[in-house]
Design a protein around this ligand. Sequence first.
Ligand code: SF4
Length: 446
Amino acid sequence: MDHLSTLRILSEAADWDAVAPSPRIESCGQTLIGESAVNDEPGVATPAQTPQVSEDAAYGICRVKRLGGGSVPILKVLLSNVCSYNCAYCVNRRSANVRRASFQPEELARTVADFDARGVIHGAFISSGVLGSPDDTMERLIWTAQTLRERYVYKGYLHLKVIPGASPELVRLAMRYATRVSVNIELPSEESLLRIAPDKSPDAILTPMTTIADQLCELAETNPQRTSSGSFSSMSAGQTTQLIVGASPESDAVILGLAQHLYTRFNVRRVYYSAFRPEGAAPSLPHLAAPPYRREFRLYQADMLFRWYGFSPQELFASGEFLDEDLDPKTSWALRNIEFFPVELMTADFGQLLRVPGIGPASAQKILALRKAGRLNSSSLKKLRIRLKYALWFITLHGRSQATEIQGPWETPAHCTLDHPEILREFLKEKKPVPPPINPELDFLS
Ligand code: SF4
């Protein structure tokens, strides 16, 4: 098989991993706000960066946003899509009837270095199916990374996949060359893992994650300033993981509870939620008509709320175990807790402002700054990046409801006030479908 065919097969096969963005996803022009847009509010779809041309997409090159602005192209590719494991959700599983290909480590290192030398990419995400044993595969991934760093003096971003079951020494070695590593948990409970991915075990996943977390602590203690401008230093982007949503019966509450545990216990930089895509999966898995993209979207929004807005995952659920799919989780929470509102902008503290639907951390900071400068009024409010359609009902300024002070381009139904939360809910309900799939984005540090 020629080099380009191998590259095509292995970049297409890598598309199934959400921990790095996908050219297919980027080309949909959707984006979910995230770490580079902390001034935004969950639910705001910001304009996507110009998608890469299809030619680049064919080689697995996609654009990702950088923390601090802008976007950069990265190559997303597998070392091999041959796999001795048989995870039922995975298109590369042993029993799947797909074209197989493999790179030699030097060959893949040369490919990445060549793209980099031509200025086509600014980073790479490299994963692999399990070729023989986890350690055999890990050694080949490390060999690739080492060749890239040492022979080709590659200084760009490098995200390496850690294979479940890889030994701690190899995990630590991989961290010498990678900017970021990830071990995918995939199934949110032990029972589902054993049923759907029988070759894996919780221990095989959690042991490398623990090794990574411990090593990250050590690195932070010995060298707290590891991120340098212009090049990516070892492990400056930490570890991430992915959870599949909808392939198994776990609720949103279970998934978010696990995510919170991973953030606190394993020092995970980012948990990615990936809607189960039935088209590539084994017939034994649920027969969904379409991947649950809206559910995935709500999980990303909820995740932001407990990482940046001071919510606990438990607060985001009413009586059930699933998020409200019709409303973003903060608006849903606000409508269940109307005694908290209205929030008076002249006296509210930062934490109270963050509880208001439509107000994010950056807008909250700006409100406080404008208030301090004596310039907070209805017209200055309109110039902030606030989702006014959501915020107006929940705030007052100098005791006056802003729902009557500020006219939006929408038609307001009668009795649409906090006194009638059911009418307000109907008005604020998401009418448009969430266009699939959501961009997992933000794999990058600046
Ligand atoms: S280990 Fe499982 S998820 Fe990974 S490539 Fe193999 S079958 Fe797919």
